[in-house]
Structure formats: structure tokens, C-alpha cells
Ligand binder design. Sequence first.
Ligand SMILES: Cc1cc2nc3c(=O)[nH]c(=O)nc-3n(C[C@H](O)[C@H](O)[C@H](O)COP(=O)(O)OP(=O)(O)OC[C@H]3O[C@@H](n4cnc5c(N)ncnc54)[C@H](O)[C@@H]3O)c2cc1C
Length: 414
Amino acid sequence: MAKLLILGAGTAGTMAANLLRKALDATWSITVVDQDTEHLYQPGFLFIPFWMEPTRVKKDRRGFLPEGVEFVEAAIRRVDPHAREVHLADDRTLAYDWLVIATGTRPDPTLVEGMVEALAERTNVHEFYTFEGAKALKAALDGFDAGRLLVHVTEMPIKCPVAPLEFAFLVEDHYRKRRLRHRVDITYVTPLDGAFTKPVASKELGGLLTDRSIRLAADFAVERVDGKRQVLVAYDGRELPFDLLVTVPPNVGQQYVFDSGLGNESGFIPVDKHTLRSVEHERIFVLGDASDIPTSKAGSVAHFMTEQFVGNFLAAVEGRPLPHSFDGHANCFVESGRGQALLLDFNYDTEPLKGTFPAPVIGPMMLLKPARVNHLGKLAFEQIYWNLLLPGRKLPVPTEMSMAGKRVPAGQKE
Ligand SMILES: Cc1cc2nc3c(=O)[nH]c(=O)nc-3n(C[C@H](O)[C@H](O)[C@H](O)COP(=O)(O)OP(=O)(O)OC[C@H]3O[C@@H](n4cnc5c(N)ncnc54)[C@H](O)[C@@H]3O)c2cc1C
């Protein structure tokens, strides 16, 4: 019997288990390992500080795995790609013929001086990239009604790179609705030279910050968080005082990836960006945020890449040439407050552009422009995630990015 081992039962690992159980016959055993049994719907972390009931984002992950897939609850300690073994923290060892790594990324505040201590107090320094952090931030916002609020990104890449911008727009709306906006001074602090990474999106999103009177502090490479003095200090000597800091710590790969020597300096595993196969170990594929591919770390990317991975994986095990089919497709709703959101659709070669995105039934959606229908799409995604995406059902969105409806800026080739 051939042994397939999947590490991580988050977005990509769960989808991969469902798709591969259908694609592989009974001569294959499939085992999935995760450190716990709670699947977290991470896009919900953005809404918990404002209105979402925390219990909504948690479900038992075993309920999303199909019959014929074994679930092992244990933390992974080390992968030995030469012996084709995975060592678990409870001292068990699992052997594999093929390995899929889908253990995602994690915020690591230890990489910034003062950040761990400042976050630990849960008084005026917060984050929303963990379940507990998002809940604590709700309480902090409820008690904050005046002062300087910084929304801060330490460095890129982070998962869902638009989430901090969304938080800035939502928190602005939160205080506007509470008629306290004039008392809360909001600044978006980023290491990038503008609001976002790519020129067209950066201009649109930067314009929206200006419209909402949210200040932008760009090129801010943070050196330390001084929790006592309540200032964020940059390497170039700039200091930004705050009364409430909402930060996104650096995002890195899991500790076992470092310990196994599988990742780059940030713990992301180098893969061929079109096949998702490890560049060093041909029996390993990497899905979702754990890989080093040059596109956003996002659930939508995990979804498209896992669909494309199946063809590549089957070709690899059958010794056929790999289709090289993944184009880096990402599709993200960006909450902009006022009950609206923007839609971004891009891939390795095409940056997020303006125009329309063809959507069956509800009609074209606006790209890079705030619209009500995009916000409703973001809200609907919660049910789509649990009921269609995780079980590996086909969504009415093309796996490969399409240029239909996109407006290419003058002077650029399609
Ligand atoms: C605040 C926030 C908002 C977001 N909003 C969006 C959005 O609107 N749209 C979007 O597309 N994406 C969004 N994302 C990103 C999205 O949630 C992730 O990109 C996606 O979940 C990545 O899937 P993954 O399978 O790679 O990793 P994950 O879903 O994180 O799964 C990794 C799994 O590995 C397990 N694991 C890790 N280490 C170990 C270990 N040592 N041993 C055993 N198991 C281990 C974990 O328990 C986890 O179950 C958001 C993320 C955050 C934090």
C-alpha cells in the first residue's frame, strides 16, 4: 500500500485530503496530522473585534475529512526527508511514500524587541492574527474612545496581506458610527512604500485611506515596541506615539520546518511555483502559506493551488511530466467599511487591476472599487468555506486567473 501523509488540516491540508481521497484508489492510505482538533476560520478574526461571535470561527476539523482518511492528533517535531519519516512530539514516527506539507504560517512577535512583553499585557498593544488576540482586541476597542490608534504591519510576507488595511477601514467606520471619529486619530503604519504592494492597488487603497482621513506612515521599518513609553520606534529613528497599537507581528514558518532544515530564513519551503513540488525533495509537495511562492498567502490561493496541485501530484506519482499548472491566482475581498468591500484578482504575472470580475448569477463584481456586492460576497464566503471549499467541491470561480473584464493600464501589455 502506498502511504500519503498530509501535515496540517487547515485550509489546504483539508482540501487536499478531500480531493486526493477521490482521486486515489484503495491501494493508497491517506493520513492527516494536526496538532489539535479545532479548525479555525481565520478570515473571521478580522470581524471578531467588531461584531462576529467568536464561536462561529471554530469547528471540529475531523468533521471535514472524508471517510478513508486517518486523522492523527499530534504536534510535528521533525521531518526526515531522507528516511521519509515524520517524527511527532509524542515520540511516534510516521513513514511516508509521499508527503504534503500544509502547516501554514504563524505570527512570531519574538522577532521584534519589546513586542512579546507589550502584547502579553493586553492593555494598549494588541493583535488580531490569533483567536485569543482577536477576542482581547474586541474588549480593548470597547474601552477605547479617544487617542492615537496605530494599525501596524511589521514586515511582509504576512498571511492575508490586506487584512491590516481592512482592519484600518473597519475601525475607522466603527468610530464614525459611534460618533467618536473626531476623537480617534488613526495611522496605518507599513514597511512598504505605499498602502499595498502593487502600483495600481496601492494607489486605489492609498486614495481610500486619504478619503477616510487615515494617515499613512510608509517605509516604516520597526526596530522596537516601547510599551512603557507607548511609542513605536523605527530603525531610521522615527517614533510614532500611540494610545492603542494594533500590530501584525512577523509571520514565519512552523518551528519543525526550521528544525528539519526544510525552509528558507523565514521558514517557508522553496517549491517550484507552478507545480508546488519541493525543489529539494521530489517526494514532497507544499501547499498553502507554508511554501515560498511569490503570491499572497491567502485562503483563496490555498484553494486554487490545491486544485492545481492534484494534477501535478498524480503526474508525479505516475512518473509523467508535471502540468506546471498553477499561475499564482489570488482573489481577495478587501473590506472598506460603510458596508462595502473591494475585490482584488491577480496572479504571478498580472497585478490587481481595475475593471469587473465575471460572477455567475449575481453578475459582474467591481474590481478595486468599493461596492456593496463585494462586501456581501465576503460575508457569504464564511458558509462557502465550510460547505464547499474545505470538502473540495468546485466553486463557481475559475481556478486560473482570467483577464475577462480587467482594464489593462495604457502602455502595459495584456
Ligand atoms: C486575520 C486574518 C484574516 C484573513 N482573511 C482572509 C481572507 O479574507 N481571505 C483569504 O483568502 N485568506 C484570509 N486569511 C488567510 C488564510 O486564513 C490563510 O492563508 C489560510 O488559512 C492558509 O491555509 P493553510 O492550509 O496554508 O494554513 P492553515 O489554514 O493556517 O493551516 C495550518 C494547519 O497546520 C497545523 N499545524 C501547524 N504547525 C503544526 C505542527 N507543528 N504540528 C501539527 N500541526 C501543525 C495548524 O494547527 C493548522 O491547522 C486570513 C488570515 C488571517 C490571520
